[in-house]
Design a protein around this ligand. Structure first.
Ligand code: COA
Length: 389
């Protein structure tokens, strides 16, 4: 039985900042951000969006009444959680109007957690093939204004429906894993922004990719050239390019050229959004599938998931005949329609995020066009609005 990704949909905010403009404001060469980091635009997440609303906005447009009736597992992978106890998946399930006979959990392991959700969902569907699982990676990437990590911020959510006989990608059941205690990036409970040793985290990322990729090839007796394309977690798009380059010596010149050409499609949309932590690998998958005309049903894709701290996983999927039908086809147009904000406006929005304090707070939602928005906090409870309810 084939099990895998049946549908894939993305949400971010309606705002972005231009990376060349941000570079000038930070006294950096624009090419450092555009080429050296590999980002052109960065999503600016207003205070009216958080991990819950982004997740609900990502999932709602792709779900049919039949999907909603079949979903009995919802996993939200996030490191931008809004509560230390209650799972964001409960808010998301409620906003989406899901069946109450559903298992709702939040998973955490930096940028890796959505992959853990997919693997849990895959196992679940293999036992219950008549059911469907909703897995969402949703985050707001925040390093802070004027920090080295600032040009690698962004935010958004990727929602994936996992089912039997999937339309998009049938997942392999063998994966390679690596997990060890590494302090490359973490966020103590009292911090709103991540602590990161950026250069170290980039090196660990490559080490983990090399380790799990080679382990996968060895344990499955797979030749690397059988993989049409490699898709990476993209905290910034140059990171994936560095990892890909580290694998090129394993294949001949022609395959190297093909992998590099496919990668340009895989990073096209991430280049316009920035980092979204848990969702980044899956936005790259969406980018690959939406923009790459060289892909064909039956192609094998290799996926590398990485979460600082650190955990890595390499696994594969086979492209299905009708894969285009399960994709968020309107995404490139939606990204093109976003409003550009100045660096000053981005800084104001960054500082207006809902405060971690007990007092009631009101968030202006007038400028936010999305269906699900955060309107503030009352009696220490976040207030969410579904504009179609
Ligand atoms: N034109 C072209 N490239 C330029 C350039 C220019 N004018 N100026 C600099 N660059 C290149 C550098 O050579 C470097 O490329 P390289 O990495 O291939 O050597 C790149 O731009 C970045 O420059 P660098 O000086 O290393 O940037 P930085 O010290 O400001 O930090 C990060 C970059 C990614 C480490 C930082 O943004 C960060 O900490 N991000 C968060 C952590 C992260 O995303 N980790 C990834 C693993 S999860």
């Amino acid at each position: 039985m084939k099990v895998g990704i049946d549908k894939l949909h993305f949400a971010t905010s309606h705002l972005y900042v231009d990376m060349a403009e941000l570079a000038v404001a930070r006294q950096a060469e624009p090419d450092k951000y555009l080429i050296g980091i590999g980002q052109s635009k960065m999503a600016v997440i207003p205070p009216s969006q958080d991990a819950v609303t982004l997740a609900a906005n990502a999932a709602a447009p792709m779900l049919t009444a039949e999907d909603i009736a079949a979903i009995d597992l919802v996993v939200v992978g996030t490191e931008s959680g809004i509560d230390n106890s209650k799972a964001s998946a409960i808010y998301v399930a409620e906003l989406l109007g899901l069946n109450r006979r559903v298992r709702t959990i939040e998973m955490k392991e930096a940028c890796y957690a959505a992959t853990a959700g997919i693997q849990l969902a895959q196992d679940h569907i293999r036992i219950h093939p008549d059911k469907k699982a909703l897995v969402i990676g949703s985050d707001v990437a925040r390093y802070g204004l004027n920090t080295p990590g600032e040009p690698t911020q962004g935010g958004g959510a990727v929602a994936m429906l996992i089912s039997a006989d999937p339309q998009v990608l049938a997942l392999g059941t063998t994966t390679s894993l690596l997990s060890a205690d590494v302090m490359d990036f973490w966020r103590p409970l009292y911090h709103t922004e991540a602590l990161v040793d950026g250069k170290y985290s980039s090196n660990i990322y490559i080490d983990y990719f090399q380790d799990v990729f080679k382990d996968y090839l060895k344990t499955t007796h797979t030749r690397p050239e059988t993989m049409t394309a490699l898709v990476f977690h993209l905290p910034y798009t140059k990171m994936g390019l560095k990892a890909l380059r580290s694998a090129l010596p394993l294949v001949d010149d022609d395959q190297q050229k093909r992998w590099l050409a496919h990668f340009e499609h895989a990073r096209q949309l991430n280049r316009q959004v920035g980092n979204l932590y848990t969702g980044s690998l899956y936005l790259s998958l969406l980018s690959q599938l939406l923009t790459d005309p060289q892909l064909q049903p039956g192609d094998q894709l290799g996926l590398f998931s990485y979460g600082s701290g650190a955990e890595g996983e390499f696994y594969t999927g086979e492209l299905q005949p009708d894969y285009q039908l399960g994709l968020d086809a309107g995404l490139p147009q939606r990204l093109a329609r976003r409003r550009r904000v100045s660096v000053a406006e981005y800084e104001t929005l960054f500082n207006q995020q809902l405060q971690w304090q007990a007092e009631d707070q009101v968030v202006s939602v007038a400028d936010d066009p999305h269906r699900f928005v955060l309107t503030g906090q009352k009696a220490e409870q976040r207030q969410y609005l579904d504009r179609e309810a």
